[in-house]
Design a protein around this ligand. Structure first.
Ligand code: LLP
Length: 421
């Protein structure tokens, strides 16, 4: 459930009518619902109720400072994968001891940054990274808390570009080698083992891969304890999928996911960390766009809208489906038209959806892309010199621009023409 509903035939974000936001900020824009973000983080708290836990929001899914502040104030930790994301988490007021640092290529500068301002743990992904962190921490005279991200070699059954837990993926250390690597870490200066980390992929719509991975992590926990290591925490990653198609998607609920956690690792006495991104932010956001033209093609109608693949790249990149709905609800019984919904960018990949049935639309009408709060704004670019689109946060009957649309001047000013040219 989210808080983007029709009232009197007009799509609202909580208590604010979408056309009101459009009139103020122009289209296209992203709009997020604070109540939905709050509801989603609380679903995870309920799912893990009774177990010591920390929900670390995957900042990569939506890194706007206002979103991070809202979630941080609700007690969330943050999962970051770059110095930039780390800085965002800190700037949003999240204390270092609630930030976990993931990612396959942490640089020494990023390690130094996190060790200076505070970090809950680094999730190590390779031996060279382990050596680098040991060197950096020793140099600084501090101890870095670490887990090892193990690759459990399970099939997450999701889109190939976002599966991470198979042995052929670049992520983690093969679980079969984990004991050896933990043995090594225990002898290294500047590192302290605090737990185990695993993340097998994103947009998982089946709990079985989670169960398989977590069973392997449970077995490894026992082995490592026998080897004399202290395993206090298990970071179980993110990845729980969301319904993108209201009509026929029903992925597992957080409460069911929590049950899998309980059944697989619940008896180990470890603190549980999870790193959900999409489930928290995905359905907490929409992208609103205006229709520029309706073009009659050969046997089809094109709805040419003012947003494009640079603003929301998921359909072009992953063949992802986003429900697309009119902002002004069509009258009941109106005959639908079939549209291909496309942006103005000069390549065929700039197609959001094919053959969607919608009530007839005309230039100037508004439509909303649902489920756009995760991996939307964060993956945007200025391709075709289209300035990044603004982000708006709604809370009850108030809304604020939380990232302004840059002016064309601001966009051009970032380039420099050398004096010698
Ligand atoms: N933890 C780690 C280490 C991750 O790599 C990811 C996502 C997450 C947590 C959060 O996963 P989530 O709960 O959001 O599924 N751009 C793609 C998704 C890429 C996900 C990458 N890693 C998309 O638009 O579908």
């Amino acid at each position: 459930m989210d808080h983007f509903l029709y009232r009197d035939g007009i799509l609202h974000a909580e208590d604010v009518a979408i056309p009101e936001i459009a009139a103020k900020v122009g289209t296209p824009f992203y709009a997020y619902s604070a109540a939905t973000l709050t509801r989603h983080i609380n679903l995870f708290h309920e799912a893990l109720d009774g177990m010591e836990h920390l929900v670390c929001f995957a900042v990569k899914s939506n890194s706007n400072l206002a979103v991070l502040k809202l979630l941080g104030d609700l007690g969330a930790g943050m999962d970051v994968v770059s110095g930039g994301e780390y800085r965002r988490a800190i700037a949003a007021g999240v204390p270092g001891n609630r930030i976990v640092f993931s990612g396959v290529g942490k640089t020494r500068d990023e390690m130094r940054l996190a060790l200076t301002h505070g970090i809950r743990q680094f999730n190590l992904e390779s031996e060279p990274e382990m050596l680098a962190l040991s060197a950096v921490a020793s140099e600084m005279g501090v101890t870095a808390p670490v887990t090892v991200r193990v690759n459990p070699d399970v099939d997450a059954k999701t889109h190939a570009k976002i599966a991470t837990g198979k042995s052929e993926n670049k992520f983690g250390i093969p679980i079969a080698r984990a004991r050896e690597v933990y043995g090594q870490i225990a002898t290294m200066p500047g590192l302290k083992i605090v737990g185990i980390d695993v993340h097998i992929g994103s947009q998982l719509t089946d709990l079985e891969p989670f169960r398989q991975a977590y069973e392997k992590v449970a077995a490894l926990t026992r082995q490592l304890r026998e080897d004399g290591h202290e395993i206090l925490r298990l970071d179980l990653g993110g990845g729980l999928g969301i319904p993108y198609e209201r009509s026929n998607d029903a992925p597992p609920l957080p409460i069911e996911y929590g049950q899998v956690i309980r059944e697989t690792v619940g008896d180990l006495g470890c603190e549980i960390e999870i790193e959900p991104g999409r489930l928290i932010s995905g359905n907490a956001g929409i992208m609103v766009t205006g229709v520029i033209y309706v073009k009659q093609g050969e046997g089809r109608n094109f709805l040419i809208v003012d947003s494009a693949m640079n603003d929301l790249v998921r359909p072009a990149m992953y063949e992802a489906h986003h429900d697309i709905v009119p902002v002004i609800e069509s009258a009941p019984g109106v005959e639908q038209e079939r549209y291909d919904i496309v942006g103005p960018i000069c390549e065929t990949g700039d197609t959001f959806a094919k053959e969607r049935d919608l009530a007839p639309l005309a230039a100037g009408d508004l439509v909303a892309f649902r489920s756009a709060g995760a991996y939307g704004a964060v993956m945007a670019s200025e391709y075709n010199s289209r300035p990044l689109i603004p982000e708006v946060l709604v809370m009850g009957d108030q809304f604020a621009v939380i990232r302004a649309r840059p002016t064309y001047e601001e966009m051009l000013e970032r380039d420099t023409i050398p004096a010698w040219l």
